[in-house]
Design a protein around this ligand. Structure first.
Ligand code: MN
Ligand code: MN
Length: 500
């Protein structure tokens, strides 16, 4: 290769756009794969990413990253470190791998679609790196848990989850298909790279990396940090795309894309990160509560950023803020109760000391949630474990696919699901935003069957808890059990004597 200065060839290589003579524009960029939102071709050519990289630099950087994270793994494999990690933390990473590893592979489909159908050459160039990034993230997050299989077969679910009909897998597939696997390139840049990656995953990975280091899980911390540096780079595809929408009077369109995916991202984060941060991570290692984390990273930093661009808070902002106090606590209670239906061991995380922490971080927690845990604790102490296990199923939302929960606070309570009749079928939703998402594009969402729809339609046989567990692919060696074998229920309780 001629020894040219980078500046002499870089712009030519990364940003060469041209008009087509032999084919039509719409043949090269079909709207289904690359929705232009009516913005003219040459307007897209102003697309400019803030941080630039050449292919040669990319390969060198990635090779350094892989070398360092794999050498941490090699060093850890020789130690007994993982055996001594807290059981709740193990559950957090088993849940993470099952929910995230294969979606990382799938994200490479979204990146590859932008690498072909992104509407500017510079954008396609960035997305090519993104495609390679996501392939790496898929591979590394299947390989690392493979090394931990001797500890529990639940690590096998890093690869397996997405190939099952486990309810969380259905929820994650529904979300990620909407966000990138079945999304056009332009909407993907807003919904995957701007909302999900800039807004949520970047921050989730920073938060989990910090907690991992506190807990002493150096391997997971190194892995997550390595992934996060890639995400920070390819997430930049969102901002230039957003700017072009706004410069061309498409605020309403881009706002809708943001509002849909912000809500959907919040739902999956509450389920995954909310439980990990406030219940599974050992209390002494928690750097922040989930709510504090959301306030600091999502509300302050991310929302400030996108208001600077001239977009508004989503219309459901008050609903979102209200949910920060209760939604993930309700989901935690449900996931723990329905623990055989997940591939990790939920950590109740409600020892007397932990309950004090929860009440301090979420005033009113005891009245809203502690009361249910009181009864569960009594049943556990009496040895009546069967009373703490499900005999039936919850109603599931037809958008987020997560069980429908309500706040215990009678002033806020909305008990019945939000419903919508569409083409002869009744759909159930957990919240007004999930219902609104369906209404923005019924043809996109109608017809999908939630796990409960499948149950009621007779797809799950026999129609019992056992039949459902088999349908979900859960075998006794992996189905969730209490993470600490109920140790929390027998811990010395200041809480009870204080109440007495
Ligand atoms: Mn990734
Ligand atoms: Mn990514």
């Amino acid at each position: 290769m001629p020894k040219l200065e980078r500046s002499e060839w870089y712009d030519l290589a990364r940003d060469m756009n041209w008009h087509f003579k032999y084919v039509k524009e719409e043949e090269v960029f079909p709207e289904e794969l690359s929705n232009s939102y009516g913005i003219p071709t040459e307007a897209w050519w102003t697309w400019d990413e803030p941080y630039k990289v050449t292919y040669r630099e990319y390969v060198r950087n990635q090779s350094v990253k892989d070398t360092s994270v794999y050498s941490v793994k090699a060093a850890i494999a020789r130690s007994e470190l993982f055996k001594h990690v807290d059981p709740g933390w193990k559950s957090a990473i088993i849940a993470h791998y099952g929910a995230i590893a294969i979606p990382e592979y799938l994200a490479s489909i979204g990146e590859a679609r932008m690498a072909r159908f992104g509407r500017a050459a510079a954008w396609r160039n960035m997305a090519l790196y993104g495609t390679l990034d996501e392939t790496r993230h898929g591979q590394i997050q299947v390989f690392f848990p493979y090394g931990l299989l001797e500890h529990t077969p639940q690590f096998d679910w890093a690869l397996k989850t997405f190939h099952t009909n486990e309810w969380g897998a259905i929820a994650a597939r529904h979300l990620f298909d909407d966000m990138f696997t079945a999304n056009d390139a332009v909407s993907t840049a807003i919904q995957l790279t701007f909302v999900f990656e800039t807004g949520f995953t970047n921050l989730q990975f920073l938060g989990m990396a910090a907690d991992a280091m506190h807990v002493g899980d150096v391997e997971f911390g190194a892995l997550i940090s390595s992934i996060q540096t890639d995400e920070a780079r390819h997430a930049q595809q969102g901002e230039p795309t957003l700017k072009i929408f706004l410069q061309h009077g498409k605020k309403e369109e881009v706002q809708r894309l943001i509002d849909i995916m912000f809500w959907r991202s919040w739902r999956i984060f509450a389920l995954l990160t909310g439980l990990s941060m406030d219940y599974y991570t050992p209390m002494e290692y928690r750097s922040m509560s989930f709510k504090e984390f959301m306030e600091e990273w999502i509300i302050k930093q991310f929302m400030d950023q996108f208001r600077d661009f001239g977009t508004d808070f989503p219309w459901y902002w008050d609903i979102f803020l209200d949910e920060l106090d209760w939604y993930h606590h309700a989901i935690h209670l449900g996931v723990w109760f329905w623990r055989p239906t997940v591939w990790w061991n939920p950590d109740a995380g409600v020892s007397p000391e932990e309950r004090e922490w929860l009440e301090a971080k979420y005033p009113g927690w005891n009245d809203n949630f502690g009361v249910w845990w009181d009864t569960i604790t009594e049943n556990v102490r009496r040895g009546e474990i069967e009373k703490t296990l499900p005999q039936t199923f919850p109603v599931v939302c037809n958008i987020c696919q997560i069980p429908i929960v309500t706040p215990a606070d009678p002033k806020k309570r909305h008990v019945a699901p939000y419903t919508l009749d569409y083409e002869g079928r009744r759909y159930q939703f957990c919240s007004e935003p999930c219902k609104w998402i369906f209404e923005t594009n019924p043809a996109r969402y109608a017809g999908h069957m939630s796990i409960i729809d499948r149950f009621l339609a007779g797809h799950i046989q026999p129609p019992t808890v056992e039949g459902a567990l088999a349908y979900m692919g859960l075998t006794p060696d992996v189905m969730g059990k209490d993470a600490t074998d109920y140790a929390w229920a027998f811990e010395q309780d200041g809480a009870e004597s204080a109440a007495a």
